[in-house]
Design a protein around this ligand. Structure first.
Ligand SMILES: Nc1ncnc2c1ncn2[C@@H]1O[C@H](COP(=O)(O)OP(=O)(O)OP(=O)(O)O)[C@@H](O)[C@H]1O
Ligand SMILES: [Mg+2]
Length: 237
């Protein structure tokens, strides 16, 4: 079943069109990787799903219904959550306070204790640092907190924008492990934007390659990994 679908989407910012005829489907329980060079439109795709761009034509469909006219907060209430690039934590609040701030919907507040236990099991490091100020966390810990905070809203679909950006190789692997665990044990469906093309296609079920605002390759993640065009373009990596 398609949980989330972009159908022939043309979107951008004001007069500036970025996405051209983009169609992407995400089925329940999948990790779908969206990769491509800088400026291709990956972040714009995620922001379009959240309702943070101008959608000129096409549609965004979630659970069988068009959400194109819903404001961002309604989309969060329905179960879509995005972890933006660059983490954007509340630096002067503690780890714990950041997590509480993530439980913004009524549905999430009702499950607060459960969610805290879930994210602390997933990231024991955050439990140890519960009362530390977010601004003093290491890069890896900040990314863990950004993902954990998003999970506090109890998303059905998590949109991750370059979660491994700027992290040391060991931490990158740990983040990929967590993403896999979220699908396999947490029942979370994931749309993953990444620069680490190989790592993300290795954990993904399906993938899309975007260039200049268009989808140029799509399909089974393993098949894309073996695609000669991609190997050439990214000298795989
Ligand atoms: N708020 C904005 N207003 C106008 N143009 C924007 C805005 N944000 C992004 N763009 C433009 O849209 C295009 C696609 O940007 P986008 O951030 O979606 O790319 P990306 O694939 O995420 O790139 P990266 O890998 O560098 O993060 C770029 O040309 C960028 O300059
Ligand atoms: Mg981006």
């Amino acid at each position: 079943m398609n949980l989330l679908e972009l159908r022939n989407v043309e979107a951008g910012y004001g007069e500036f069109r970025v996405l051209h005829n983009v169609s992407i489907t995400v089925r329940k329980g999948e990790i779908v990787a969206l990769v491509g060079p800088n400026g291709a439109g990956k972040t714009t795709t995620l922001r379009t799903i959240m309702g943070m761009t101008t959608l000129y034509s096409g549609d965004v469909i979630y659970n069988g219904k068009s959400i194109r006219n819903l404001p961002t907060h309604k989309r969060v209430e329905l179960g879509l959550t995005m972890v933006p690039e660059g983490r954007k934590l509340f630096n002067t609040l503690t780890v714990y306070e950041n997590l509480i701030a993530g439980a913004i919907t009524k549905r999430a507040r009702e499950k607060l204790e459960d969610s805290l236990e879930f994210v602390f099991t997933l990231f024991p490091r955050l439990k140890e640092r519960k009362y530390q100020l977010a601004g003093t966390l290491s890069g890896g810990e900040s990314q863990m907190l950004a993902i954990a905070r998003a999970l506090m809203s109890r998303p059905e679909v998590l949109l991750l924008d370059e979660p491994s950006l700027g992290l040391a190789p060991k931490i990158v692997l740990m983040i990929f492990d967590v993403i896999k665990k979220l699908r396999d044990e947490g029942g979370v469906t994931i749309l993953l934007v990444e620069q680490h093309v190989k790592n993300s296609l290795e954990i993904a079920d399906r993938g899309y390659v975007m260039e200049l605002g268009r989808i140029v390759i799509e399909g089974d993640a393993k098949k894309i990994l073996a695609d000669e065009r991609l190997k050439k373009a990214y000298l795989i990596i």
